[in-house]
Design a protein around this ligand. Structure first.
Ligand SMILES: CC(C)(COP(=O)(O)OP(=O)(O)OC[C@H]1O[C@@H](n2cnc3c(N)ncnc32)[C@H](O)[C@@H]1OP(=O)(O)O)[C@@H](O)C(=O)NCCC(=O)NCCS
Length: 190
């Protein structure tokens, strides 16, 4: 299913990574990396508290979606240790309209090395070149400057603001809605 796309050429100056489908044996790595407060802070739709069994259910759901081709949730694997240090995903795939939604997170100790920018670039390649999608959307908390920067470095366009759409920790939060079209991808990456 993922033939024709190589994931093992993503690297930065220090840490080499590649993307692959998640396995049940990745649950401990997922749990270790996601449980930090700063990783969870800006995540939408995450169980709270997050337990080991939540990582297991997440992987099972990802595997089912992959089988049905309704979602592509891939582990970001540290090449030296073979451990999963984060996740990048295409979910809610609308086959009729060739749309989907991008999601991503990375273990805190790996932040700000350009890893997610490259992981997103690679999943865009999968989305537009292999799956032949037309549009990808992404949502971010307005205050999540790192996540927004990842989108902007990958040429996503700010399409709108969903005002006070999330109520969390006694405050209403704005969400930025971003999108990228296949034509944008071809313009900037080809
Ligand atoms: C958002 C996240 C995925 C970014 O991953 P990453 O590998 O650190 O991203 P990159 O290193 O590729 O790029 C981050 C960019 O944001 C910038 N950045 C990070 N924090 C910032 C801040 N507080 N203010 C301004 N810029 C910031 C970095 O400098 C970098 O930009 P640069 O390359 O121009 O210097 C990671 O921080 C994360 O997993 N956060 C928690 C989960 C999350 O928020 N997921 C997204 C939900 S929408």
């Amino acid at each position: 299913m993922l033939k024709g796309i190589t994931y093992n050429d993503i690297s930065d100056t220090q840490i080499k990574i590649y993307l692959r489908p998640l396995k049940i044996s990745d649950a401990a790595d997922l749990y270790q990396n996601i449980k930090s407060r700063r990783v969870k802070e800006y995540m939408l739709d995450l169980p709270n508290p997050y337990r080991y069994r939540d990582a297991l259910s997440f992987i099972r759901r990802a595997q089912k979606e992959l089988k049905k081709k309704t979602g592509y949730t891939l582990g970001i694997v540290h090449e030296d240790t073979e451990s999963v240090i984060g996740v990048v995903s295409l979910t809610n795939i609308d086959k009729k309209n060739k749309n989907c939604e991008l999601g991503y997170w990375l273990g805190e100790k790996y932040w700000n090395r350009g890893i997610m920018t490259q992981a997103v670039q690679k999943i865009l390649q999968l989305a537009f070149e292999k799956l032949k999608l037309h549009r990808i959307s992404a949502k971010s908390f307005a205050g999540n400057l790192g996540a927004i920067r990842v989108l902007e470095k990958n040429h996503f366009r700010l399409e709108g603001i969903m005002y006070e759409v999330i109520y969390r920790n006694r405050y209403w939060h704005n969400i930025f809605l971003y999108g990228i079209l296949k034509s944008d991808y071809e313009k900037f990456f080809k």
